[in-house]
Design a protein around this ligand. Structure first.
Ligand code: PLP
Length: 377
């Protein structure tokens, strides 16, 4: 691998400051309530094998970018599911099943959400049907099947798989556990977001530093909104919230830019599969339209290198297993620091304590190996 200083040339694709920014704890906790957040922590923290995921430091990257700290929340260690999604779908299954044993759970997924739902159903001895599009890899399907779910492949994209899931669930009286909220479907997605807020509860006990910036990856925005709700509840000081998306799937950036929910057309699916979404979920929209300080997009080209740098201890003293969706926070942080104008604009300096979320480990083992070997070249 070439000298890792080569990342000092990395660039983001788009940057947008949110003109409507106004972080208001009460506004956010009116949407994702303090009670639902507390309930999620009280339930999940009692699960067998629950433990906080590590809050690591990217010391070497920090030395190079000259910030105060760069924290990395390592969700590759989240139960044995290797992603933060374990906190969402599985928790929603537990809540909606209300200890009943004769119900069937269903869901549509790009991968990790379905795994969480399938695991949640298996934990409770429930049957489970998971719908996936043609783009979901065989590896990810196998991982879902390991938890005893029937996987149904649907031609077309995520939206097609969701429509098929809705159709068959209605016909067969299955209970849908979806992480995307719409006008008439909000309770279950709220539960998943409450589950994600646990990451912030843990971080509030893992460091005494005040976090100044959080880089939040977004697909439909559920993780970002859950984390923001956690910040509103648990953090004493409010950090800058920076939303990160693949440049071909920037539905959050486009919605914030036009001040209304925007559906975009994805021309080419990003390698960051979990984030390749064309429309925001409704509740996250209401949260993020105000709480996001700015949005940034990155392309796929630096993903393999970042996977390799994490693994090969180029960014930290310890080796870290970070999958494709764990990388864009780091890529955008580096790219924003490389541009003196944006660096200054968002106050990234020697006093900054930055948090990036390492959302997933090698959840797709085959893809991870490919990215690692490409990134090492
Ligand atoms: C594996 C994975 N899936 C999906 C997402 C996107 O989450 P959401 O659709 O809730 O924004 C992320 C993170 O952004 C992720 O790491």
């Amino acid at each position: 691998m070439k000298s890792f200083d080569s990342y000092r040339k990395w660039k983001y694709t788009k940057f947008l400051s949110n003109k409507n920014y106004s972080f208001n704890r009460n506004y956010i906790l009116n949407i994702i309530s303090s009670k639902i957040i507390t309930d999620a922590f009280n339930s999940i923290s009692k699960w067998k094998n629950y433990k906080k995921t590590p809050l690591l430091k990217l010391e070497k990257l920090n030395k190079n970018l000259k910030l105060n700290n760069i924290f990395y929340k390592d969700e590759s260690k989240r139960f044995h599911l290797k992603s933060f999604k374990a906190l969402g779908g599985a928790y929603a299954v537990e809540k909606i099943s209300k200890k009943k044993k004769n119900i069937i759970i269903s869901s549509a997924t790009a991968g990790n959400h379905g795994r969480s739902v399938a695991w949640g159903a298996q934990r409770l001895g429930l049957q489970c049907k998971i719908f996936v599009s043609q783009y979901v890899s065989k590896e990810r399907v196998k991982e879902i099947e390991k938890f005893g779910a029937d996987v149904i492949r649907v031609k077309g994209n995520y939206e097609n798989s969701l429509n098929e899931c809705k159709k068959l669930s209605k016909k067969n009286n299955w209970n849908i556990v979806q992480d995307v909220s719409t006008k008439n479907y909000s309770y279950v997605p709220l539960l998943t977001m409450a589950g994600y807020s646990i990451m912030i509860k843990e971080i509030s006990k893992q460091t005494t530093h005040y976090i100044t910036h959080i880089f939040l990856q977004a697909g439909v925005g559920g993780m970002a909104a859950g984390v923001v709700a956690g910040v509103a509840k648990y953090f004493k000081r409010i950090p800058k919230i920076i939303i990160v998306e693949p440049d071909g799937a920037d539905c959050v950036l486009q919605s914030i830019k036009s001040k209304s929910l925007k559906k975009i057309k994805i021309k080419k699916e990003s390698i960051m599969g979990g984030m390749s979404c064309n429309e925001m979920s409704l509740i996250p929209w209401h949260v993020l339209k105000k709480a996001s300080d700015c949005c940034v997009t990155v392309n796929d080209s630096k993903v393999p290198k970042t996977v390799a740098m994490l693994k090969d201890k180029k960014l930290s003293k310890r080796s870290i297993i970070g999958g494709e969706c764990a990388t864009p926070g780091i890529i955008s942080l580096i790219s924003l620091c490389n541009n003196p104008k944006t660096k200054k604009l968002i106050n990234l300096n020697e006093k900054s304590n930055v948090l990036v979320i390492g959302c997933e480990g090698n959840a797709d083992v085959k893809l991870y190996k490919q990215l690692l070997s490409k990134g090492r070249k």
